[in-house]
Design a protein around this ligand. Structure first.
Ligand code: SF4
Length: 343
């Protein structure tokens, strides 16, 4: 390995001894499992991802199965994992691979980036791990490792900082053993070089890590500039028929929780037009907050125990459910939580 740059060489020696090699998606270099896992890992920790990944792969073992499935089924398998655009984009991309690309997965980073939901880092990971292309990655963990090792100051969300990190990532990605290197740098960021308590004394990069050598680890990566987090509010109407079934409506595909089933929503004291004539006993349940990446949503659930059975006109956009298990549809986190308290 002496022909590898020192940074890669040190990482690979460490990986050979200590890297994670038994994660479920590491058992083959087929691009489909690697793609699914990379998308799941975009905003979620490994330990949370594993059970979702295993169930998802059982339900949709290959791109053809995923493309054939309905969006409801896909969102159902994603319920609880959050960031549902990831599931919608996986489904859309599987359809493109099967219907437009003859079932052949692109192998090049630039071609992969043309698929919905695959950004530069995810494309780099797939190209490197599955096709041995010398493609760099820069996920959250790798940003932290590189920012510390090369003392890159500033918030990585800022373009100039991100450009600098990408340049460093590309300069250090080796031609040989690129798949192992990609796993290695992701592993190091997820294990030793973690956010709050990096284990520098076991780190193979210690000698060259500027942040360690200058005891400035806490300064890297730079923090996001403080902004005020906006809060929005909504009322969720829980309509319960006399037989106990509760109504859910499919949300519009574009927008928050797109394609998932949720309760009808309204502003305080203002019922949506299609529900103006309902009659029943109204109970205001305790309100709670749900956090999104860019804002908080204050949710006021209102339970309406209907006097008469109520039927929606647009049946395809509506489900009446009597238990959490019986429906194979995607539901938002707050809906699952509210229903769990009502059934
Ligand atoms: S020496 Fe410490 S801060 Fe530097 S890369 Fe290793 S774990 Fe991270």
């Amino acid at each position: 390995m002496s022909h590898l740059p020192e940074f890669a060489n040190n990482l690979l020696s460490w990986f050979d001894q200590h890297g994670r090699k038994n994660l479920p998606w590491q058992q083959s270099t087929d691009p489909y499992p690697v793609w699914v896992s990379e998308v799941m890992l975009q905003q979620t920790q490994v330990a949370t991802v594993i059970p979702f990944y295993e169930k998802f792969m059982l339900a949709f073992p290959d791109p053809k199965a995923l493309a054939r499935a309905s969006l409801d089924e896909v969102l159902h398998r994603w319920t609880g994992l959050g960031y549902y655009a990831r599931a919608r984009n996986l489904h859309k991309a599987a359809n493109i691979i099967i219907n437009d690309l003859g079932g052949v997965f692109p192998s090049d980073q630039a071609d992969l980036m043309r698929l919905p939901g695959i950004g530069r880092s995810t494309a780099g990971a797939i190209a490197a791990i599955c096709f041995n292309h010398q493609s760099a990655i820069l996920d959250g963990n790798v940003k932290r490792v590189l920012a510390r090792c090369f003392a890159v100051s500033g918030w990585p969300g800022k373009k100039s900082v991100s450009d600098r990190l990408w340049a460093i990532a590309e300069a250090n990605t080796p031609f040989n053993r690129v798949a192992d290197y990609t796993q290695a740098i992701m592993d190091l960021g997820a294990t030793l070089c973690n956010k709050s308590l990096p284990d520098c004394h076991r780190c193979p990069l210690q000698q060259s890590c500027i942040a360690f050598q200058t005891t400035t680890i806490n300064e890297f990566p730079g923090k996001k500039p403080a902004t005020t987090r906006p809060t929005r509010s909504t009322c969720m109407l829980i309509l319960r028929n006399p037989n106990g079934a509760i109504m859910l409506e499919r949300r519009a595909l574009n927008g928050l929780w797109g394609g998932l089933f949720s309760f009808p929503e309204c502003a305080r004291n203002e019922l949506p037009d299609h529900l103006k004539n309902i009659q029943g006993t109204v109970t205001w349940l305790p309100s709670f907050k749900h956090g999104f990446t860019h804002f908080d949503l204050d949710i006021q659930p209102i339970l309406v125990q209907l006097n008469e059975p109520f039927r929606q006109l647009e049946e395809s956009q509506t489900r009446w459910i009597s238990s959490l298990q019986e429906n194979k549809i995607g539901m938002t986190g707050p809906v699952t939580r509210l229903l769990a308290g009502l059934f």
